[in-house]
Design a protein around this ligand. Structure first.
Ligand code: FAD
Length: 468
């Protein structure tokens, strides 16, 4: 029987990164992953295969189409007859996915990680380790890392199938639906809704909550909603879905909104109402692996489960369901297993929504900071006063900085605007070091760049923004 120091179950961002870091630290490492694409094993989990990467590839392609159709003329570029070749666009997306998933397989080889394709299952404890069934072969491992991720949450009234799809189906429509319904105005719903709207669909988004992006800073969610509505995304809040029926022509959704009953007809319906932990097939029950009431694997602050030698990381333990959080947990756990001080700072995890304009934030919103007892001061600066944004032709949105009024410590930064997915990085680094708004304000930023808006927002905290 093969023996390993570390056996990882699940090859998504949590699992494959844990495996690479464990191998770098000298552990004999293996990973078993069951994800199958085009009949073959494909490492990288949800993120690389059907999540972060393909959705961003489609967001990019669709944004270019919209730019050519609507914005190019403003730059003095006249284009006649631009049209979408959807199969080519989907092919490009698949190529990006192939490159990255193949890249993980290459990194496994480079780091001498044994890779199994198939189901991984905890079998029994033996000696000071575990027997794991890795794709039909029993192997022994001292440490087992469960990184089995999450799956889309289904709506009982609208089970997936036919015209009702989750994230992977929503990235594979063979033609642009004329009328697209989206249940759930969260990150995934808004990103996928944006892709198909830009390609020509009429998109209706139905949300049960009374407001938009309630986790974001109020100023940001208000601005983002205004921009998305202007683009034609049709949002409905406080909606209660009462019936969903589908036939060969499409899907009929009945819902109540402000005491009115509405029936809407869609060609396709995306259900994006969150994700649930994936533990099916893992053998959790048989070996007594403790799950919480929502099905997440229970762990302590060192990612230890209730079973000695079994650890869990990534989406399957809950918290922020983000690839970078999962990856950091993979690194931290591998380092802890090597006796090092692995650590993830959950207070400064960047959140990004890759719409147009993009949305990004890290740290506390103004409201959260006040609820935590801080006296706060804030600074805000618009992209409309920034030369680079005007040059781009995209001056929408702003950056807002939240700092502690007494210590000036940076508590949170909130952005809506062009390329803010990249701009959030420097503020995360400053927060990671416990920096102040003054640190951000005094840092030299290149001119002309969008990042000057971040600096100006920090200057605005002490009412000395220069270009407003
Ligand atoms: P997963 O990526 O889900 O990987 C788990 C892997 O384990 C899968 O390959 C699964 O097949 C395998 N597996 C499960 N059970 C077993 C078993 N018993 N045996 C063997 N293999 C098993 N996050 C971001 O940070 N940025 C984004 O832009 C972003 N965009 C997203 C867009 C969409 C449409 C979706 C759906 C998600 C997006 N996410 C994004 C979230 C991100 O994909 C997840 O947070 C991330 O993939 C979690 O990583 P993970 O390793 O914990 O789990």
């Amino acid at each position: 029987m093969d023996t390993f120091d570390v056996m990882v179950i699940g090859g998504g961002p949590a699992g494959y990164v844990a495996a690479i870091r464990a191998a770098q630290l000298g552990f004999r490492t293996a990973c078993v992953d069951e994800f199958t694409r085009d009949g073959k094993g494909s490492l990288g989990g949800t993120c690389l295969n059907v999540g972060c990467i393909p959705s961003k590839a489609m967001l990019d392609s669709s944004e270019r189409f919209e730019m050519i159709q609507h914005d190019a003329a403003d730059h003095g570029i006249e284009v006649d007859g631009a049209r979408v070749n959807l199969s080519k666009m989907l092919g490009r997306k698949a190529g990006v996915v192939d490159k990255l998933t193949g890249g993980v397989a290459y990194l496994f080889k480079k780091n001498k990680i044994t890779s199994f394709h198939g189901l991984g299952q905890l079998v029994r404890q033996e000696g000071d380790g575990w027997i794991v069934n890795a794709a039909g072969t029993e192997v022994q491992a001292k440490h087992v890392i469960v990184a089995t991720g999450s799956s889309p949450r289904a709506l009982p009234l609208a089970p997936f199938g036919g015209h009702i799809v989750e994230n992977s189906g929503a990235l594979e429509f063979a033609e642009v639906p004329a009328k697209l319904g989206v249940i759930g105005a969260g990150v995934i719903g808004v990103e996928l809704g944006s892709v198909w709207r830009r390609l020509g669909a009429q998109v209706t988004i139905l949300e049960a909550l009374p407001g938009f992006l309630m986790a974001a800073d109020d100023a940001v969610s208000k601005e983002a909603l205004k921009q998305f509505q202007k683009q034609g995304l049709d949002f409905h809040f406080s909606v209660n879905i009462t019936d969903v029926q589908q036939d060969s022509a499409g899907v009929t959704v009945t819902y109540t909104e402000k005491d009115q009953t509405v029936t809407a007809q869609f060609d396709k319906l995306i259900v994006s109402i969150g994700r649930v932990p994936h533990t099916a097939g893992l053998g959790a029950d048989a070996v007594g692996l403790a799950l919480d009431e929502r099905g997440f694997v229970k762990v302590d602050s060192h990612y230890r489960t209730n079973l000695a030698g079994v650890y869990a990381i990534g989406d399957v333990i809950g918290g922020a369901m983000l690839a970078h959080k999962a990856e950091e947990e993979g690194v931290a756990l591998a380092e802890m297993l090597a006796g090092q001080a692995g650590h993830v700072n959950y207070d400064v995890i960047p959140w990004v929504i890759y719409t147009s304009p993009e949305i990004a934030w890290a740290g506390l919103t103004e409201k959260q900071a006040k609820e935590k007892g801080h006296t706060v001061k804030t600074g805000q600066f618009p992209f409309s006063a920034n030369g680079r944004a005007l040059g781009h032709g995209d001056p929408r949105g702003f950056v807002k900085v939240v700092a502690d009024a007494e210590t000036d410590r940076l508590l949170g930064v909130h952005m809506v605007g062009p390329n803010v997915s990249e701009l959030i990085g420097e503020t995360v680094a400053i927060m990671e070091f416990g920096g102040s708004s003054e640190d951000l304000a005094r840092t030299v930023h290149a001119h002309p760049t969008l990042s000057e808006v971040v600096k100006e927002a920090a200057l605005a905290v002490s009412k000395r923004a220069l270009h407003m």
